[in-house]
Design a protein around this ligand. Sequence first.
Ligand code: SF4
Length: 285
Amino acid sequence: MVKKIILAETAGVCFGVERALRKSFEVIESKADQRVHSLGPIIHNPQVIKRLEEKGIKVVEKLEDAPSEGTVIIRAHGVPVGTVDTAKKRGLNVVDLTCPIVKKLQYAVRKLTEEGYFTVIVGDKNHPEIIGARSYADPERVIVVSGKSEIPPEVFAKRKVGVVAQTTIAFDKFREVVDEFLARSTEEIKVFNTICDDIFNKQREAVELAKSVDVMIVIGGKNSSNTTKIAKLCHEVNPNTYQVETLDEINSLGLNLDGKTIGITAGASTPSWIIEDILEGLQKI
Ligand code: SF4
């Protein structure tokens, strides 16, 4: 029998994802007579995407793959500059659910570019949020790095450098890059801390919880960047950390949870019904 289960207060869906999901379901109901597509999966959680598909939202990876009628949903990660206009020109009704915090990052990149800064985005260059945010800068005056070792030496010679972060990146990664610029002679540095508070709090609480339990379980899609980062941070302080999507996955790990204290958290794209399902299952062990 499990000794104790501790659920992190910050576990689960953030306001940006909650808003995107709620409005997506509203769209399906109000546009029942139309075809509804989302540009990329609305959230990075396979179980939720399956439910949305059952309700009638079809995922397309590119605008060109959507028909030229009906509705297209822009997900919380946002899209590159011009995408919304292109969709409208194609005759699509656009529902833009870009998270306001992602918009803040896009505006920060645009502002840095307009003010003549060379922009450094700390994040994952292949993540849709960063592909979108990057497009707000002059392509010749922006780079994306995942850490200080990726900064090309010539960037330290730039007179004005602006640094921003992917909303879900670990704070220490961001600070490491800012510190590197401070230490290496860039004349003027402008920093926008664009990390999402929700993610920052989730990461901080998860790490503290992971330190205090026998086993740490992080619930969320394997394709969810924020969930994977939380799991990685927890693993650094507690090697008995597991990232799972479902209760079945925990069962298949064959863990000995007898007499153990288990910490649970969940990424920003994990809905409450998945967390409850796992809590219920663990209580029966
Ligand atoms: S994690 Fe933060 S930035 Fe991302 S969708 Fe949620 S609230 Fe918005």
